[in-house]
Design a protein around this ligand. Structure first.
Ligand code: IVH
Length: 675
């Protein structure tokens, strides 16, 4: 009996390998070697075996791609390595600057780059444990994403198991999920036939499909995946020398890798690649919004490192934004979180850059004057990727005699408080502060946003009602809401009200970095909030820190320090914070990095730049020595640089150091300082 089962088990295993190979040939190589009917026959045979012997079903069986039950919500997944973003360039000169900085940073004349299309889809991370696809997640905030494993399993070009005998214990593959143009057109045809809403573009269709709670729906949408790199891994076969070799290795493991990936050398070849891909763009089977350049050598990548959330060794070179002509119907004035009054153009709807645009920013009064915009004008509108559309210019020849001049209001259109223009600022600001409902709404929306307290479902419609009906005035009021008050709001059934309450409750458990960011302190973005949290470790320490102490935190200068001081000097802000804590909002506190480090590391807070060849130390050794004592090594000289270490044949950094009056050391000087 056992022998019989063993035989069936082996047969099932063979069928699985065979079916996955056909999937690979069909969906990745676009080169099937058997007719569809034969493939279906094999799949049915496997299904029959698994039906008769359910104990033989394995997680990586192709029969298990579909059929999982719908979820209530996506669980969160922590990425083992953060998923970072890329710096963007639109102009050739920005590309030149990038290449120059890379060359300077590495002290070489010419660099080899891996070049790739910039896929216009959705970033995901696929995690393989012992060769089996275990989890897949969205990018989320880069550190934590949503677990969309069940949906990703339905994508046939994603291997469920790696086709190798000794699979690596761990492999995280990073790439983009997208919908091919042809599949997008098909999907929209089906949507129309069913009387359902069409998707604006393949990117939205892919995003909408992969974030479905019901994997059954995702399975009906044909999605594609392209790998562009790896995250964490334990894999003795992983190439350690070049990114292009990593990509070749991923292709060997049956991951889809774009045919357009290439390796080039130097600035001219980068430009030539960009131009070649731009020509091919229309004919490519998928949407792209530019190309990506990556320093090919992994050692050089490490040497260059990262700034904030983006690598210094890579750049996204975007295609120019698309422009169209439409009519300006009117100008509304919106009030932002910090009271800034922004004129917003109301446009005759127009399709541009993959979406219908009805609004565009006009930035401020100076812009309106400079561009000579009148209401009723025919205007050129530009939209690039996710960037807010903007009005580029007016077509003056088409100006109608009844076109009207627009003047910014003298009072806030929402609360009526006086609007003022502060020195050195281009914008008018409402002086109503948090008494202005518009500012209050924006502050609450920011507080609840995904990267801040992450209160799911608390969108602008709900916040508008809450503030208008005065049931919420400050972020702390959110934590005092009851079911009764919520369920009274428009379009709020008891179930959704309960969901919101649950999301609010969940947000009480947060991190100090998120909380600081959520406060909406001027000039304190997400990265600064993270730095402040890491370096100070507790909210009280942040509140009490003086300007000098704050400026020991990386990238905090006098302006940011002043904004922080102003924020906590406002009694109202401190009251709201107290109420939030009293309502149970909490996080883990710690000693703070700098309190630990300051006592121990003498070069803490000092930034060094290296240029030229030192007589005995190589660049890596010098860097290690500086970092070991708490110093930082940067690739470029600025006012914040403390020392420039100069060797033979120094580059332009030496001249810059002299012109900025920064201390210059030779190797001996550096060694003395280190001692
Ligand atoms: S590499 C450390 N390569 O662009 C760099 N990203 O702004 C990690 N993207 O969210 C990204 N095509 O989803 C890389 N060939 C490509 C890409 C690519 C598209 C997306 C990616 C990421 C965003 C970065």
């Amino acid at each position: 009996m056992n022998e019989k089962i063993d035989k069936i088990k082996q047969h099932a295993q063979d069928l699985r390998a065979e079916i996955e190979l056909h999937n690979y040939r069909y969906y990745v190589l676009d080169n099937p070697t058997i007719p569809d009917a034969e493939y279906d026959k094999q799949l049915r045979e496997l299904q029959r075996i698994e039906q008769d012997y359910p104990q033989l079903i394995t997680a990586d069986s192709p029969t298990q791609r579909v059929g999982a039950a719908p979820l209530k919500a996506f669980p969160q997944i922590l990425h083992r390595k953060p998923m970072l973003s890329l710096n963007n360039a639109f102009e050739d000169v920005e590309l030149e600057t990038f290449n120059r900085r890379v060359c300077e940073g590495l002290s070489v004349d010419s660099i080899e780059y891996a070049v790739e299309p910039k896929f216009d889809g959705l970033a995901v991370s696929l995690c393989y444990e012992d060769g089996i696809f275990k989890t897949g997640a969205t990018r989320g905030d880069g550190y934590m994403g949503e677990d969309i494993t069940l949906n990703l399993r339905t994508i046939k070009s994603i291997p469920l198991s790696l086709p190798v005998d000794n699979p690596p214990p761990l492999l995280e593959v990073r790439g983009e999920v997208l919908m091919l143009k042809a599949d997008f057109l098909n999907l929209n045809q089906r949507q129309v036939a069913k009387g359902e809403k069409e998707f604006a573009n393949p990117r939205n269709a892919a995003a909408g499909s992969v974030r479905q709670l019901d994997p059954g729906i995702t399975a009906t949408r044909r999605l594609a995946f392209f790998a562009y790199g790896v995250g964490e891994y334990q894999d003795s076969h992983m190439p350690l020398d070049k990114h292009s070799h990593v990509m070749a290795y991923l292709a060997l493991l049956h991951f889809p890798v774009a045919k357009e990936c290439d390796v080039v050398k130097g600035l001219q070849e980068l430009l030539a690649y960009y131009q070649a891909i731009e020509v091919q763009r229309e004919c490519l089977p998928y949407d792209i919004d530019g190309v990506v350049y990556k320093v090919n050598s992994l050692t050089q990548q490490k040497q260059l490192g990262f700034v904030s959330r983006a690598p210094r060794f890579a750049l996204a070179h975007k295609f120019p934004a698309q422009e169209v002509v439409t009519q300006l119907l009117g100008i509304d004035v919106q009030v932002g979180r910090t009271g800034a009054l922004t004129p917003v153009a109301r446009l005759k709807p127009v399709f541009v850059g993959g979406a219908t645009v009805t609004n565009a920013t006009l930035h401020n009064a100076d812009e309106i004057e400079r561009k000579d915009v009148h209401i009723g004008d025919t205007v050129i509108v530009r939209r690039a990727g996710d960037v807010i559309p903007e009005i580029v210019a007016v077509i003056l020849e088409k100006r109608r005699p009844d076109a009207q001049i627009f003047l910014m209001p003298e009072h806030c259109p929402v609360c009526g408080a006086k609007a003022v223009r502060l020195a050195n600022e281009a914008v008018l600001r409402c002086t109503g502060g948090l008494f202005c409902p518009a500012q209050r709404k924006q502050a609450i929306l920011h507080f609840a946003s995904r990267r801040a307290m992450d209160i799911e479902g608390l969108g602008d419609k709900l916040v508008n009602q809450m503030v208008d009906q005065a049931i919420v005035r400050t972020p702390a009021d959110l934590y005092k809401l009851g079911l009764g008050a919520l369920a009274n709001l428009e379009r709020m059934a008891e179930k959704s009200a309960n969901n919101i309450l649950r999301a609010i409750e969940k947000s009480k458990h947060t991190t100090l970095a998120r909380f600081i960011y959520a406060l909406g302190i001027r000039n304190v973005g997400e990265t600064t909030a993270k730095d402040l949290a890491a370096h100070l470790g507790s909210l009280d320490r942040l509140i009490e820190a003086g300007s000098e102490r704050l400026q020991q935190v990386p990238d905090v200068g006098p302006v940011v320090a002043q904004s922080i001081a102003d924020f906590f000097a406002e009694a109202h802000n401190c009251e709201v914070i107290e109420q939030l804590r009293a309502c149970g909002v909490h996080w883990v506190e710690h000693e703070g990095i700098s309190t630990l480090v300051v006592g121990m590391k003498p070069l803490h807070g000092k930034t060094f730049v290296l240029t030229g060849t030192l007589p005995t130390l190589n660049r890596e050794e010098a860097k290690e020595k500086i970092e070991a004592l708490g110093g930082k090594v940067s690739g470029s000289v600025s006012k914040k640089t403390d020392y420039v270490v100069v060797g033979a044949d120094p580059g332009s950094k030496y001249d810059k150091a002299l012109s900025l009056g920064i201390s210059v050391l030779d190797e001996t000087g550096l060694m003395e300082l280190l001692q």
